[in-house]
Design a protein around this ligand. Sequence first.
Ligand code: GTP
Ligand code: MG
Length: 189
Amino acid sequence: GLSIGAHIGVMKKTLVLVGDLGTGKTSIIRRYVHNIFSSNYKSTIGVDFALKVIQWGPDWIVRLQLWDIAGQERFGNMTRVYYKEALGAIVVYDVTRPQTFEGVTKWKNDIDTKVALPDAWGGGQIPVILLANKSDLIQEGHGQHVNPTELDQFCQDNGFIKWFETSAKDNTNIEEAARHLISSILKLE
Ligand code: GTP
Ligand code: MG
């Protein structure tokens, strides 16, 4: 009858995406939210926002606010402001450009020093996942596959909860990565 939906709860969660210039943050969000991809590169200025509403089990709606932070911002002093509401973070590097992997620990440190979970949740570090993006280019002979053992160790040493090899172009693993991060956040409550 008309009471359909009466027991559905809505949760609002904020995630931030960071990583060096051109690693694919905006493309990942566009794929995730609008299911589109473009090979044109328009560098983000400052920060962009996107909203994705997802069904979470039978009883919940998650309103996911995504903060798409420009790679350029690592050299600015605004990230503390951008991280403010974040309950989880995604750090992205480009598998075809090893120097962007060096940015990974720098971004992770930036997050760890500037944002923490709410006091009610214990105030610890927010969960962070690592994305090795542009995996489609590996198939084409550019860059090389990540070494899973090495990357597992790297995640353990640097406090990432998990890594995924992704492609915004081919829509590989993006949904999976987001679900993993969201469920990690929900377990903290
Ligand atoms: P900034 O906003 O400058 O920090 O960059 P960004 O991290 O948002 O990168 P963006 O999404 O704009 O992508 C940079 C370039 O890489 C664009 O030309 C994209 O089309 C391309 N790109 C992003 N993801 C992928 C991918 O998975 N595969 C391939 N082949 N290209 C990708
Ligand atoms: Mg961008």
